[in-house]
Design a binder for this molecule. Structure first.
Ligand SMILES: [Zn+2]
Length: 132
């Protein structure tokens, strides 16, 4: 899993508030846990094999197996997105010089809670070349 540098990303959108609303809705009984712990098979596979562990406990089951996965979307990539498994994959995507959107999703490998954490555009040139 890549260690994202600030220069790799721009236009970061956080989904923290939507995440908290979902957690609160379950806690209040407005949504059932099975409705939000519904990671699809491909997301489960990626979470098991190409994920970065998070130090936070799962907000639903409080288990300690919360991970982050990253998918990239853009021209020439699969419609379902490409899993960004490591730094070399990230570097390869940057060199494509095509617009690439990345989505980071947290997944609990115990209860299969999943939620989008953030999205951003992968920049194709180092920040040193674009800084004023
Ligand atoms: Zn969980």
């Amino acid at each position: 899993m890549p260690r994202w540098r600030k220069s790799d990303r721009e236009g970061v959108v956080s989904y923290r508030l939507a995440r908290q609303r979902t957690i609160d809705a379950v806690a209040a009984g407005h949504r059932q846990q099975h409705e939000v712990c519904d990671a699809q098979p491909e997301l489960r596979r990626v979470a098991l094999h190409h994920a970065t562990p998070l130090s936070d406990p799962c907000p639903l089951c409080e288990g300690d197996d919360l991970v982050m996965v990253t998918f990239a979307f853009g021209p020439g990539l699969p419609k379902a997105g490409r899993c960004v498994a490591d730094q070399s994959e990230l570097s390869r995507l940057r060199r494509r010089a095509k617009p690439t959107s990345c989505y980071r999703v947290e997944v609990c490998r115990q209860c299969w809670w999943n939620h989008l954490r953030e999205s951003f555009e992968l920049t194709s040139s180092p920040v040193a070349q674009t800084a004023p």
